[in-house]
Design a protein around this ligand. Structure first.
Ligand code: WT7
Length: 678
């Protein structure tokens, strides 16, 4: 581990002393708070951490089981197992149980497409509503279609689709027949698809012809075709099932099957497969500190329970209370898995999905959606809030947002200015009404669900702090030797006890699993979970996340490994060596700065900068495109040969990449001055 400075300037948060008490229930809608006071939270948290088995055993009664479990918790880090011996099915818990309970005709998903039906800016958007019965029928048909293609229980199915209801149907259909899914974000490149498909040895890919994004078609099926070509003889892919969404031209080869045709031909009788509590529910690839993304493994019972319980308490979800919940993430990220699909559907509160961009056809699209659908719960990323601020208050002000009850953020630290804007402008604070509480939820792909977060009716909030650990989370800020840091002193974010939503492994790489999460900090000779973030805890017990302490940067709330970007750069013929660092960015939180040295015969130029940027976008995906590309004769290194990243961060942060026309950097003098720093 390196001794990085946190990515973001935490100065403002260090001096943040505004406190906002949770509002009384009556002022924010009809549903009472599940947890209504700090005292109640504190008592319950203490109990949950002292006796995890007792606590989670009580909560587990909310799940629909197909067979009883023997023990709530077995083993310890890194191999804790939850609800061993129990049997259940994730699709059953999200869909079928509600049909059986008589709610089959209620709305489960409200979906809005990006294009307007009649075009020209005046048409109504395309809206679909799917009931629990619809989901039952569609997941059953798709389950049978997958079985016909040879999918067997335990086979990993890859999903590379746009934000259409069929993406959720695909995830749930996999769960229904016991196939773990591996969803790949539709913004990723062919190379990224190829890497993940090979790693998971996945024989079936579910995709779409295209996806709508700002009025243009993202060619998803083409990307899959290219990925299969790239894999060559290594390709495990036998079938590609393609949903027709955009009707763009696509090539049709021997592995290709038409989604709509297969669905029509399939029977709608496909019982939910009884799964073991610890059977893998899904794999989700995320970036780490090496060049290769890792497949995070989540299992069935613990993940379901943890996402359902966090969603219920953190968003205060209540069925039959007129709630409509909207998370603006893509299902390709953990946020979408946990808080568009599994955590929300299990609570029988309708989940809204929007297909496209926030600024299409105009910068008020989100507020138009909130107003038209009467969204009650809104969950987004700080990077989006900063973009809304930049676009101007007139966009939200032009809409009636009074339906909103709870606002959430996720993905990266939120700066106090964005937090206050969210509260005042979106949460209604400046209109004189009681503003919506904000839940700043800190968690990770690995934690499965919220780890540190306010509860809207219980926790006093502070702009920039994710406040308190969720029930069952024994969080602490510690020194490398495991001792707890003094209040207000920075240290490592750890979790000292297993929780049901925790990752169960890195797919196919036991060593990396142990090394990354359970080798940094020991307490009483036993490993604790290290999150990879720096944090501090204030005197009132609130956590403040200071940013990644590994070689991971958080760009617009998306995790990227600096080494991934470096590997992409050195794969270009013009590049000999590359170093990538995070740089503060007004909207993205952290932007990407790439320093490269060039091969003989290649000269620095603006067009080469663009080419290298494009090359990275092609290799990984557009989110990885560097904000700055800078040429250097040599990269500054310490005597032992380590790249001086802190120096590069300073250089990158101290200049405006747009205006910089100088192409050659001479680091030698600076490097000498800083040599002892790293
Ligand atoms: C990393 C995890 C969890 C879903 C989205 C990202 C950062 C996440 C917060 C927050 C400060 C946050 C951390 C974490 N992060 N939420 N509320 N405040 N930082 O999931 O891609 O697994 O990234 O995102 O650095 O380690 P992810």
């Amino acid at each position: 581990m390196t001794s990085h400075q946190p990515e973001r300037d935490i100065d403002s948060s260090l001096h943040e002393d505004r406190v906002f008490e949770p509002p009384a229930a009556a002022s924010v809608g009809s549903a009472p708070w599940h947890v209504g006071s700090l005292t109640e939270y504190e008592a319950e948290h203490e109990r949950s951490v002292k006796d995890p088995a007792g606590y989670w055993g009580m909560v587990a009664r909310r799940l629909r089981w197909m067979g009883p479990y023997e023990r709530v918790l077995e083993g310890q880090f890194p191999d804790a197992r939850w609800f061993t011996g129990g049997r259940l099915n994730a699709c059953d818990n999200c869909v079928d149980r509600f049909v059986d309970e008589g709610y089959g005709d209620e709305t489960a998903i409200v979906w809005e497409g990006e294009p307007e039906l009649s075009g020209g800016g005046s048409g109504a958007p395309e809206v679909r509503r799917l009931t629990y019965k619809d989901l039952q029928e569609q997941t059953a048909r798709l389950g049978n279609a997958l079985k016909k293609l040879g999918a067997k229980k335990g086979d990993v199915v890859t999903i590379y689709m746009g934000m259409v209801p069929e993406l959720v149907i695909a995830m749930l259909a996999c769960a229904r027949i016991g196939c773990p899914h591996s969803v790949i974000f539709g913004g990723f490149s062919s190379q990224a698809i190829a890497d993940r498909v090979v790693d998971a040895n996945s024989r079936i890919i579910l995709t779409c012809d295209g996806a709508w994004r700002r009025g243009k078609v993202v060619p998803l099926k083409d990307n899959v075709d290219k990925a299969i070509e790239m894999m060559g003889g290594q390709s495990p892919v036998e079938h590609v099932l393609c949903f027709g969404r955009c009707h763009n031209d696509i090539a049709w080869g021997s592995p290709d099957r038409c989604w709509q045709e297969e669905m029509a031909a399939a029977s709608d009788d496909c019982p939910c497969e009884p799964m073991d509590a610890e059977d893998m529910l899904f794999l989700l690839y995320t970036s780490g500190s090496t060049g290769k993304p890792k497949g995070i493994v989540h299992t069935t019972a613990g993940y379901l329970l943890y996402t359902a319980h966090t969603a219920r308490l953190v968003f205060n979800l209540v069925p039959d209370a007129g709630q409509l919940y909207w998370c603006t993430a893509d299902c390709g990220w953990i946020t979408g898995h946990s808080y568009i699909v599994y955590g929300i559907l299990q609570n029988r509160v309708p989940t809204l999905m929007y297909e496209g961009a926030p600024n299409f056809p105009a910068e008020d699209r989100f507020w138009d959606i909130v107003e038209r659908h009467k969204v009650t719960h809104f969950y987004t990323a700080p990077t989006a809030i900063r973009a809304f601020m930049k676009w101007g208050e007139e966009h939200p002000r032009g809409h009636d947002l009074s339906s909103l009850q709870v606002l959430g953020t996720v993905g990266e630290p939120i700066n106090p200015a964005a937090w206050m804007w969210y509260r005042e402008v979106i949460g209604g604070g400046s209109s004189g009404k009681q503003p919506c509480p904000i839940v700043d939820t800190y968690w990770q792909t690995e934690t499965g669900g919220h780890a540190i977060t306010p509860l809207p009716g219980a926790t006093p909030t502070r702009p920039g702090s994710c406040t308190r650990p969720f029930f069952g989370i024994d969080a602490a800020v510690v020194h490398a030797d495991g001792s707890e840091c003094e209040p207000d002193k920075g240290g490592l974010m750890v979790i000292r006890k297993p929780w049901p939503g925790m990752l169960r492994g890195v797919y196919g790489d036991r060593e990396r699993f142990i090394e990354t999460y359970f080798s940094t900090v020991m307490i009483d000779g036993k490993p604790v979970y290290t999150a990879g973030d720096g944090a501090r805890r204030d005197r009132d017990g609130n956590f403040w996340i200071m940013g990644r302490i590994d070689d991971v940067i958080n760009v617009s709330g998306h995790r990227l490994g600096t080494m991934e970007v470096e590997s992409a750069l050195v794969a270009h013929e013009a590049v000999v060596e590359a170093a990538v660092v995070g740089v503060p960015h007004e909207i993205k939180g952290t932007g990407i700065a790439a320093f490269v040295t060039l091969a003989k015969g290649h000269a620095p130029s603006e067009s080469l900068k663009r080419e290298l940027g494009e090359h990275v976008a092609q290799t990984i995906g557009a989110i990885a495109r560097p904000d700055q590309v800078r040429f250097a004769e040599a990269l500054p290194k310490t005597r032992s040969g380590k790249i001086m990243r802190r120096l590069l961060r300073d250089v990158a942060a101290g200049v405006d990449g747009q205006q910089d026309t100088s192409t050659l950097e001479d680091f030698t003098v600076l490097a000498k001055l800083r040599e002892n720093d790293e």
